[in-house]
Design a protein around this ligand. Structure first.
Ligand SMILES: Cc1ncc(COP(=O)(O)O)c(C=O)c1O
Length: 414
């Protein structure tokens, strides 16, 4: 991928684009540190969606009038923008609701016709539930087996286990690019390469990577890749499944209905071309248009700059947080190997209590199992608190978080 020169992000300018930061919460500028759950949206995304609803609202693909054509063009232009964003072809980009639906689509359409009794599917212990449950359902139905790559205590994957599993007849692998709990950035390019040499297809869950760093599907070499619009400044209800053209062409449909067909008779039908074969029914037109605007916004900043900004914030936060007495921070401390997600516990305080106290200080963080209960089991905790960063976060906000944590520690005698 072309190396783009780094320029610092103008956070103050960026924050002005986000109306949510114009208000005070608990009398304070709003400190939003739950970006791994969902991001905020800039005016540009909100306006793109409003423009659709106010000026050219119509259904797409079959409307033979001006506004219908305009809506179709905007929807398909967004697909082109998303395709370019991940270095794919537009036919390989399927609009779905979110990462969860993208993974279910593959487990259903590819999995049900390719996984057979006794086959093994390889996952990792750091997966989000959305990359576990679809495979559990498939494995149960097909009498297949799930295998899991473990982690070291520093949150990195055990690569020797990965190689051992691949050598033992794995049929398919699905793994997260960046962990939503540990922040670990998995070496997906290397892993895909090794898997392919052994005939194993790979799906990458890019829910926490596509919003935060350059993601190039050709460079990674993966067969499928999934991500959600709402975690990357876009609206909720729109997400993306990338699939290699030849795989998508050979897969059966996921949902049946309008738009995904070529010809329908009473007792049989034929399917539309990709990507529409996988987009049954009236799609989330406004959502796709909003996602296109989000991609424009991120491209204006530059994904390399987004990544560097978060790396600097993460380093700053780790340096300060590690000095808090009684804190336990999960995952590697090497910012080259982790994204802008910091999970922690303070003494034996329940993370929910911690999050509620911080909420009183005007700080939104996440607490709980983060839809990764098997990882919580592996870490031996019921849950963690989690701060996660994005383009509009600042060092001042991290200082405020750290001061608040120090106050909590003193009051609760941690
Ligand atoms: C790593 C990872 N995968 C998948 C998901 C599921 O995303 P969605 O709920 O948008 O489908 C999330 C959401 O937090 C995530 O962090």
């Amino acid at each position: 991928m072309r190396k783009v020169p780094r320029k610092p992000i103008d956070v103050e300018k960026i924050r002005k684009d986000f109306p949510i930061f114009n208000q005070k919460i608990k009398g304070m500028p709003y400190i939003y540190l739950d970006n791994a759950a969902t991001s905020q949206r800039p005016n540009q995304v909100i306006k793109a969606m409003n423009d659709y609803y106010q000026m050219y609202n119509a259904t797409i693909h079959r409307a033979l009038y001006e506004l219908g054509e305009k809506a179709t063009d905007a929807y398909e232009e967004s697909r082109e923008k998303v395709a370019k964003f991940i270095n794919a072809s537009p036919e390989e980009v399927i609009f779905v609701r979110n990462t969860t639906e993208a993974i279910n689509l593959v487990a259903y359409s590819w999995g049900r016709s390719n996984i057979k009794e006794g086959d093994k599917i390889l996952l990792t212990v750091m997966e989000h539930h959305s990359n576990i449950i679809p495979w559990q359902l498939l494995a149960k139905e097909k009498k297949a087996h799930l295998e899991f790559i473990d982690i070291y205590d520093n949150g990195l994957l055990k690569m020797d286990e990965f190689e051992k599993f691949i050598g033992e007849g794995i049929r398919f692998m699905s793994l997260v690019h960046v962990s939503n709990v540990l922040g670990t950035v998995n070496p997906v390019k290397k892993m895909v390469d090794y898997a392919h040499k052994n005939g194993v297809l790979v799906l990458i869950d890019a829910a926490q990577s596509a919003p935060h760093m350059p993601v190039d599907v050709h460079d990674i070499g993966c067969d499928f890749l999934a991500f959600s619009g709402h975690k990357m400044l876009g609206p909720t209800g729109i997400g993306v499944l990338y699939g290699k053209r030849e795989l998508l062409e050979n897969m059966g449909p996921f949902l049946g209905g309008g738009d995904m067909i070529k010809e329908v008779h009473l007792r049989e039908a034929s399917w539309n071309e990709i990507p529409w074969k996988f987009e049954a029914g009236t799609p989330n037109i406004a959502g796709a248009i909003g996602l296109g605007a989000a991609v424009d916004y991120l491209n204006n900043i530059g994904m390399e700059n987004v990544k560097e900004h978060e790396k600097e914030l993460t380093k700053y936060a780790l340096d300060k947080m590690m000095r808090i007495k009684g804190i336990n921070i999960y995952g590697t401390k090497n910012v080259e190997l982790r994204g802008g997600v910091i999970s922690f516990n303070l003494g034996d305080m329940h993370p929910h209590d911690l999050a509620s106290i911080l909420d009183n200080e005007g700080i939104s963080i996440r607490a709980g199992h983060h839809c990764a209960q098997p990882l919580m089991d592996r870490l031996g905790v019921v849950g963690t608190a989690r701060a996660s960063f994005y383009i509009y976060n600042t060092e001042w906000e991290i200082d405020y978080l750290v001061n608040s944590l120090e106050k909590v520690r003193e009051v609760f005698k941690v």
